[in-house]
Design a protein around this ligand. Structure first.
Ligand code: GDP
Length: 360
């Protein structure tokens, strides 16, 4: 499964957020190296459509798609040179498919800031610089090796060219993803290096009431990170809310002036940042969301349920959720001509409700 690595300076609220994500009670200590071992937290992707499907089909249970987060130990200035938990950090982050950077945007005199003041722009700069330096190191090792290989005609010259292009971007202090289009970087040629700054980024601003209530403050921070996605949440509030029942949690959310919980926002944004989408299946047993990549074909989608479904794929009976919702039942959707038979070249759309026909 694809995972999102949670990174950030010490004391910005990573453990607090992660506790909320897992509903566990890992102690969030006010201490720079409180989070040492990487942990995985799996959260549900909120999807109202499943409730409606369960109603239409009388399903016994609902199975939403999930998003996985890995808590990666705190990064500090100098991490790329092996300071603090640097090496462990880099090994763990390399395995993540996207990076969620938690940035402190809350005031609290009781919580020490590693650099002495709350300054989101400077914090992001610190983390991104470490990631850029780590990638530079990787390239500085890889380039001489590839140069030798190219000389004896055993290496790919185009790949070497790409490595050098990437090096130039990093030397200017930029992440590779932020200059992908501008520098015309071909990530396919860089793939085997697993460079950190080629991964998609999400910025999670751990905000206080002041930031949550101010469109203006949020816009300022959004502008700092665009085109990367920004999520605003209050980690402490999220951690408190998971301890409450649904009703109480909703009230608490309303009082904070938000219309969606931070965890739901994070799951949603994380899911799409990973390039994922869902299709749906429904019946009396369960209504379920299945995770596929954007652009997957019908047989590939069938393969997520079972590899035999992909191999023996014949066709897919497909209706869009919207059409099914409007029709109110499968029979009615069929009567209205909204149910299509799709073949093996069909590209799945988000929210397709599907039944596969296959040979076993
Ligand atoms: P980490 O080092 O990034 O994992 O940070 P922690 O999650 O351990 O948080 C450090 C300290 O900040 C703890 O004392 C938390 O209770 C506190 N904290 C975390 N999130 C918030 C928040 O949104 N608001 C306030 N006021 N304190 C927070």
């Amino acid at each position: 499964a694809l995972t999102i690595g949670i990174v950030g300076l010490p004391n910005v609220g990573k453990s607090t957020l992660f506790n909320a994500l897992t509903k566990n009670n890992i102690l969030a200590a006010n201490y720079p190296f409180a989070t040492i071992e990487p942990n995985i937290g799996v959260v549900n992707l909120p999807d109202e459509r499943l409730n409606r499907l369960a109603e239409i089909f009388g399903s016994e249970r609902i199975l939403p798609a999930t998003v996985s987060f890995v808590d990666i130990a705190g990064i500090v200035r100098g991490a790329s040179e092996g300071e603090g938990l640097g090496n462990q950090f880099l090994a763990n982050i390399r395995e993540a498919h996207a990076i969620a950077q938690v940035v402190r945007a809350f005031d609290d005199p009781d919580v020490i800031h590693v650099d002495g003041k709350v300054d989101p722009a400077s914090d992001m700069e610190t983390i991104n610089t470490e990631l850029v330096l780590a990638d530079l190191q990787t390239l500085e090792n890889a380039i001489p090796r590839l140069e030798k290989a190219v000389k004896i005609k055993k290496g790919d010259a185009a790949q070497l060219e790409e490595y050098k292009k990437a090096q130039t971007v990093l030397e200017a202090g930029d992440t590779l993803i932020s200059k992908k289009d501008e520098a015309k970087l071909d990530f396919a040629l860089l793939r085997e290096l697993n460079l950190l700054t080629t991964k998609p980024f999400i910025y999670v601003f751990n905000s206080d009431e002041g930031v949550l209530a101010s469109e203006e403050k949020q816009k300022e921070l959004r502008d700092l990170v665009a085109p990367a996605e920004a999520v605003f949440l209050d980690a402490k509030l999220e951690a408190d809310m998971v301890e409450l029942d649904e009703e109480e949690a909703r009230e608490m959310l309303e009082m904070s002036g938000q219309d969606e919980s931070g965890l739901d926002k994070l799951a949603r944004v994380g899911f799409s940042t990973l390039g994922l989408q869902t299709y749906l299946t429904a019946g009396p047993k369960e209504s379920r969301a299945w995770t596929i990549s954007k652009g997957d074909t019908a047989p590939q989608a069938a393969g997520v349920i079972h590899t035999d479904f992909e191999r023996g794929f014949i066709k897919a009976e497909v209706v869009s959720f919207e059409d099914l919702d409007a029709a109110g039942s499968m029979q009615e959707a069929k009567a209205k001509g909204k149910v299509r038979m799709e073949g093996k070249d069909y590209i799945m759309a988000d929210g397709d409700v599907v039944e596969f026909r296959f040979n076993v």
